[in-house]
Design a protein around this ligand. Structure first.
Ligand SMILES: C[S@@+](CC[C@H](N)C(=O)[O-])C[C@H]1O[C@@H](n2cnc3c(N)ncnc32)[C@H](O)[C@@H]1O
Length: 308
């Protein structure tokens, strides 16, 4: 299903889908690619020919994420999202729960979030049907999930994962959705663009941000660099003019990578691939096993109320 909240990147009026094409009342038209996604990134808004992650990084991320090593992050994210979506809506309302994943990459987390919420929705519908109505509920579309990334290579990959998600190429700086239309925005390991997020998020909505902590991949960084710098991102510092922090939780665990393939795909999906010195990369290439610490923080924010 295609999200009903998309808006035209040229004139900002609502986009509607007809015959595999999105169009607005001013006749701006965006055809669906054969892989199923829409390219809503105008060429005059591109800062480079191929913005975002390139095909090699996307493929490496795909290989690594498919090992399931980061699944605890995805499970924790899904739980946080379930807690912060209006539950009555999941069970009873005809209107959709609107969710946007900014910088969705090749769609691993987006797709798992969709599965988790769709399962929950189905369970609540069955419960409502059995307990209260005695009638089978009408066919409801109560989940509209958009995966957005500036990289066409990433979205091409993501679009193969799930046809029920709306996959779009667009920038998180200028998000082509109706103002304040998203009940939940997620942003994992991606640069935060507070203005775009605040404009897209419903005034009662929540922003869920996943960032790396101080211990994250420390063992790999110890191999790559002689002098390891302390590295972590504090999302509050970037967001605090527009958002208040609501909750924060850490997901931290150890895992042993058991092949050079796992080690090299992990490296290739991180900025260390081009940042680390060659000597460090060669040292890493000689390993067939590496114990790593995974240390990420999931922070939930809400918009600061604005007086008009
Ligand atoms: C580190 S990856 C994370 C991908 C995904 N969230 C994950 O964790 O698997 C960062 C992603 O942000 C995308 N990105 C970078 N700048 C962006 C922008 N201005 N708008 C939207 N996406 C952007 C990149 O193309 C890349 O796919």
């Amino acid at each position: 299903m295609t999200s009903t909240t998309l808006s035209c990147p040229t004139c900002a009026t609502p986009l509607t889908l007809s015959d595999k094409s999105l169009s607005c009342s001013n006749n701006h038209c965006f055809d669906q690619a054969k892989q199923g996604y829409f390219n809503l990134l105008l060429s005059n808004k591109k800062k480079s020919k191929q913005p975002g992650d390139n095909a090699e990084m996307v493929a490496a991320r795909h290989v690594f994420l498919e090992t399931g090593i980061y699944q605890p992050i995805s499970d924790a994210l899904n739980q946080v999202c379930r807690e912060h979506l209006p539950t009555t809506k999941l069970a009873t309302s005809q209107s959709a729960n609107t969710i946007l994943d900014i910088g969705c990459g090749e769609g691993y987390y987006t797709n798992r979030l969709w599965q988790a919420l769709a399962d929950q929705e189905q369970a609540s519908e069955e419960c409502t049907y059995q307990d209260y109505t005695g009638q089978k509920p009408a066919n409801k579309n109560t989940l509209e999930l958009i995966g957005l990334d500036i990289s066409k290579d990433a979205i091409r990959f993501a679009a193969k994962r799930n046809k029920d998600i709306t996959w779009i190429v667009a920038s998180g700086a200028e998000i082509p959705v109706s103002p304040h239309s998203q009940q939940l925005i997620t942003c994992l390991f991606t640069r935060l663009m507070p203005e775009g997020m605040a404009k897209a998020l419903a005034t009662s909505g929540k922003l869920v941000v996943v960032t790396t902590g101080k211990q994250h991949l420390l063992e790999m960084r110890n191999v790559l660099y002689n002098d390891v710098k302390e590295q972590f991102m504090n999302p509050e510092a970037t967001l605090n003019s527009l958002f208040n922090k609501v909750t924060e939780q850490t997901v931290q665990y150890q895992h042993t990578l058991i092949s050079q393939n796992q080690i090299s795909s992990l490296l290739a999906m991180t900025p260390h691939q081009w940042r680390a010195p060659e000597s460090g990369r060669l040292k890493l290439q000689s390993l067939n096993e590496l114990a790593i610490t995974i240390d990420v923080t999931i922070t939930v924010f809400e918009p600061i109320p604005r007086t008009v």
